[in-house]
Design a protein around this ligand. Structure first.
Ligand code: NAX
Length: 327
């Protein structure tokens, strides 16, 4: 039998964690031939709740789940981790300024980055889900100097999937007919969902929609979908976020299909004018466990302005965490 892959999940007792753990344990993260060992990290007050979830995981009798360990110490939780899903974060509460939010998250992602640096497996792959995801990923990455920077990624796959869903509903086609959607920039309201290189059943998507619909309907609907879910459900997106996290890691490890790509927030290498080192979303293809930015896409004025605006927000966030001494 294969050696189990160690998957560390932070915020394991939260609502995304609850949806995510069962998908991982059933084999959907890494594939049906890969056993997994879960390492759950929570704050001390939520360890009991995580134990409850672990009881339910046991009750599901998943053949691929070879164990569940629960920790309140990041150093222990990341020991030997091959995959780390950083879901737990400090949410913005009423009256909180951006600096307060970044500072509170620095207190979480700095020690987690250091713990990954100290004890994770050499093939560690990190996905940051907890918001502000791109900048939290940058904080963790900076504190893991011995890990290749590119192993730290942040999640824009939910935005990517939302964009596919909106376009498929508009055009009356199945989601599987839509390829090469891109999310650029930050996982925030400034993100830019780009259909100009997308294909619908093999034909250019841009020929089937007009710019007014893109600017006034599609982009705001995708970017504000999280708020719409809260308004409807009374709670933020959870199962869809978990599903996107599964997709992100599955794609990274197992590859993108021919003729398609995915969106991942990754450390920029300077492509498309995004300052090197910023963790920004790009179109990527994946093969043999590595991702590559799709090169050579022409960006029209409509796209360029929007990408630049989202990247400018990432630069501001980076400068803010720098002046707070978090990186
Ligand atoms: P919950 O509040 O339900 O759960 C968060 C959990 O994290 C809690 O159980 C808490 O105890 C735990 N936690 C807090 N600090 C921790 C620490 N230092 N170490 C370990 N665990 C810690 O939030 P949930 O709805 O699960 O959302 C989690 C995060 O995902 C939030 O930051 C949220 O904003 C973010 N999201 C990101 C998305 C994305 O596309 N990138 C979409 C969905 C979601 O909004």
């Amino acid at each position: 039998a294969r050696t189990p892959v160690n998957v560390t999940v932070t915020g394991a007792a939260g609502q995304i964690g609850y949806a995510l753990l069962f998908r991982i344990a059933s084999g959907q993260l890494l594939g049906a031939d890969t056993p997994v060992k879960l390492r759950l990290l929570e704050i001390p007050q939520a360890v009991k709740a995580a134990e409850g979830t672990a009881m339910e995981l046991a009750d599901a009798a998943f053949p691929l789940l070879s164990g569940v360990d629960i920790f309140d110490d990041p150093v222990k939780a990341f020991e030997g981790a091959n995959v780390a899903l950083l879901v737990g974060a400090r949410p913005r509460t009423a009256g909180m300024e951006r600096g307060d939010l970044l500072e509170a998250n620095g207190g979480i992602f700095k020690p987690q980055g250091a713990a990954i640096n100290a004890g994770a497996a050499s093939d560690i792959r990190v996905l940051v889900v907890g918001n502000p995801a791109n900048t939290n990923a940058l904080i963790a990455q900076t504190h893991a100097p011995d890990v290749p920077a590119g192993r730290f990624t942040a999640m824009t796959r939910l935005d990517h999937n939302r964009a596919i869903s909106q376009l498929s509903a508009k055009l009356g086609v199945g989601v599987a007919d839509i390829k090469k959607i891109t999310i650029w920039g930050n996982h925030s309201a400034t993100q830019y969902p780009d259909v100009f290189h997308a294909e619908v059943a093999g034909k250019p998507a841009a020929d089937q929609v007009d710019e007014a619909w893109l600017a006034d309907e599609f982009i705001p609907t995708v970017a504000k979908r999280g708020a719409a879910i809260i308004a409807a459900r009374g709670a933020s997106s959870a199962a869809s976020a978990a599903s996107a996290a599964i997709d992100h890691v599955h794609t990274w490890v197992n590859g993108t299909p021919d003729g398609d790509w995915a969106s991942m927030a990754i450390p920029s290498d300077g492509s498309y004018g995004v300052p090197a080192g910023l963790i920004s979303s790009f179109p990527v293809t994946c093969k043999d466990g590595e991702y590559t930015i799709v090169q050579g896409l022409e960006l029209n004025e409509f796209s360029r302005t929007r990408i630049d605006a989202s990247v400018a927000e990432l630069v501001e966030e980076r400068d803010a965490i720098r002046s707070l001494g978090l990186i």
